[in-house]
Design a protein around this ligand. Structure first.
Ligand code: F6R
Length: 612
């Protein structure tokens, strides 16, 4: 939620800040602002409600804002409506401290009362203004350095934050601190960069530092010094980002989502090949030994949103192949229910961003309970990746569209790999089955590419469904897991109400919602369950529903029982999710486009959910 950037160097800051914000707009887009220090040591703050475009227009793409040190913000409202007044940056009463913030300050009301008693006056409804004034208060009270002031504030603040702060007395410097919200710091040619995420600075540098939780830094031109909460200097290693800058651009596609859908054959293949050596999986880079794999008594998969849907699909595959019991839980539920965890269990947290607050909290809760943890994560160096005992990195590259596609697909691949390796190490499958199944996984990239070749058919169908009010996705077993993701893709970007239903549950209530022309999408990739689900679909048709059937080519003739049929290539049913999800991603995408909606930035959503 919210994106922050900062720059101090010799170039004009504002165009760089706006460019960086344009790469972070997926994190929030209801208002934006920048603050830049000019040569006379004045700070110019410009803000605009709405998309970043409004701010760019107001400042002629940054050209009218002079100065070479500044901070910027794109907002996803938490406290206070989207408005210019609530937009960041915020400043202290006398303009001594100016800051941008990503996160939530939970005790802001209590702090606001304290500051009001001390004479501070508040102009916005935000928690950020409270943080700014708290820092200003400590700066003046103790007459220390900016690091001392921020340290004092950090001790008083409860919640999460990535803060970038400028002090009037330190003209070319930006001070940053973070707790549970992402931030990276980059450095190149005597200039320094601050950002919530890699794409914002990739054009300028690949040399980055990852600032740790409860740490601070003083960012000067081409020089960054890190501190702990006691104000002591700490050393950090400079890391190189491997991502390709072009990967963060649209590459000729109309939307990032479509580009990312098309990247799936490559990134799914990359993720598979990253651990495939001489026809076998080698999980040494992941950090799981054979002894540890043999020792696992129970797996707990914890995740949110689409990553949770990956977990649901993985549950079927892992239990069936490796015969290890699997529980799948939502991060937001797991963290508050005091879960009973088997000491020999393995908690697998799945997350694209590696920053999702609930998933991170679940990981910490598991570690506190002494259970081994593993993360399946896309963003290198993210909090979840750093804190888990071992990490399986998916190689999806930067995912910009808010609705996930390629990260989801690579997460699925990671879970298949784990399922197969666990099954082999524990002696649950023969060497031959292992080999055959790996060969089957290797066919997935080409099969996804094949499905994409036929996307116009889905586009045509989507144009007919653009006025739908309700869509039901029904399936059983793995097909139900696919439905969950198909339904989420539909509702989040096309704003059509949709539900995923275990087909056998329809008769227990939901079927009363079926009426004339309601679209029911049946997912039918599991041979043992095909007849059952078809029967449930036909029951819906008898009540007026319009049926779309999604099944495996050559396996069934679904045209006889449905109004519109979509076929995916043949695949071992364990891995069908990887193929069946593609037409459903396309369906959500094309309906959103047909309705003229903002596909990459759906309303009310943000890419990275770093608040509860
Ligand atoms: C939906 C979507 C979200 C994320 C969820 C978890 O398209 O993208 O549901 O899957 O917010 O995010 P990560 O994977 O970053 O933890």
């Amino acid at each position: 939620m919210c994106g922050i950037v900062g720059f101090t160097g010799v170039q004009q800051a504002a165009p760089i800040l706006l460019d960086g914000l344009s790469k972070l707009e997926y994190r929030g887009y209801d208002s934006a602002g920048i603050a830049v220090r000019n040569g006379e040591n004045e700070t110019e703050v410009v803000k605009a409600k709405g998309r970043l475009k409004a701010l760019a227009e107001k400042t002629d793409n940054g050209a009218t804002v002079l100065g070479s040190c500044g901070i910027g913000h794109t907002r996803w409202a938490t406290h206070g409506e989207p408005s210019e007044g609530n937009a960041h940056p915020h400043k202290s009463d006398d303009g001594n401290v100016v800051a941008v913030h990503n996160g939530i300050i939970e005790n802001y009301l209590e702090l606001k009362e304290k500051l009001t008693r001390k004479g501070y006056v508040f102009y916005s409804e935000t928690d950020t203004e409270v943080a700014v004034k708290l820092i200003d208060y400590y700066y003046k009270k103790y007459e220390g350095t900016p690091i001392d002031a921020i340290n004092h504030a950090m001790v008083r603040i409860r919640g999460s934050y990535a803060l970038a702060v400028m002090f009037k007395d330190y003209p070319e410097e930006i001070y940053v601190s973070r707790k549970d919200s992402p931030m990276i710091l980059g450095i190149e040619d005597g200039e320094s960069y601050i950002a919530s995420d890699v794409p914002a600075i990739l054009k300028y540098t690949r040399n980055v530092y990852y600032i740790g939780n409860m740490e601070l830094a003083c960012v000067r031109k081409g020089e960054i010094t890190f501190y702990n909460l006691d104000g002591e200097e700490i050393e950090k290693e400079l890391k190189t980002i491997e991502w390709d800058a072009e990967a963060a651009e649209k590459a000729g596609f109309e939307h990032f989502m479509m580009k990312e859908i098309h990247e799936q054959p490559k990134v799914v293949g990359d993720t598979l090949n990253s651990v495939l050596k001489d026809g076998q999986f080698d999980l040494s880079s992941v950090g799981l030994s054979e002894e540890e794999i043999k020792d696992i008594s129970q797996i707990y998969i914890v995740a949110c949103g689409s990553a949770y849907h990956v977990g649901i699909a993985a549950q079927y595959v892992i239990e069936d192949l490796a015969k290890i019991p699997v529980r799948v839980e939502l991060g937001s539920e797991f963290r508050y229910r005091n879960p009973l965890l088997d000491p020999k269990g393995l908690v697998i947290v799945i997350s694209q961003s590696g920053e999702t607050a609930d998933s991170l909290a679940a990981l910490r809760e598991s570690k506190e309970k002494g259970v081994r943890t593993m993360a399946i994560v896309n963003v290198v160096g993210s909090s979840i990746a750093r804190e888990a005992d071992s990490v399986f990195y998916t190689l999806a590259g930067p995912e910009i569209a808010v609705a996930t596609t390629k990260a989801y697909s690579t997460q699925l691949m990671a879970t298949y790999i784990l399922a197969l390796q666990f099954a082999k190490v524990r002696g649950e499958i023969s060497d031959e089955t292992y080999k055959n199944m790996i060969a089957e996984l290797q066919t997935i990239p080409d099969k996804i590419a094949k499905i994409l070749e036929d996307k116009e058919r889905i586009q045509w169908f989507a144009s007919k469904q653009a006025n739908a009010h309700d869509v039901f996705f029904v399936g059983r077993g793995i097909d139900y897991a696919i439905c969950m993701e198909g339904s989420l893709k539909m509702k989040e970007i096309s704003y059509i109400h949709s539900e995923a239903y275990a087909a056998g549950e329809l008769k227990h209530g939901t079927i009363s919602l079926i009426e004339d022309d309601i679209l029911v999408v049946g997912v039918l990739t599991q041979p043992d369950l095909y007849e059952k689900t078809i029967s449930n679909m036909v029951e819906c048709r008898s009540r007026g529903a319009y049926l779309m059937g999604l099944t495996t080519f050559g396996q069934y003739n679904v045209e006889d029982s449905t109004d519109f049929a979509v076929y995916i290539p043949k695949i071992d049913p364990h891995f069908a999710t990887s193929l069946a999800v593609i037409p459903l991603q396309l369906l959500g995408y094309y309906i959103s486009v047909a309705k003229g909606l903002e596909v990459d930035k759906p309303r009310n959503l943000a890419k990275s959910v770093t608040v509860e």
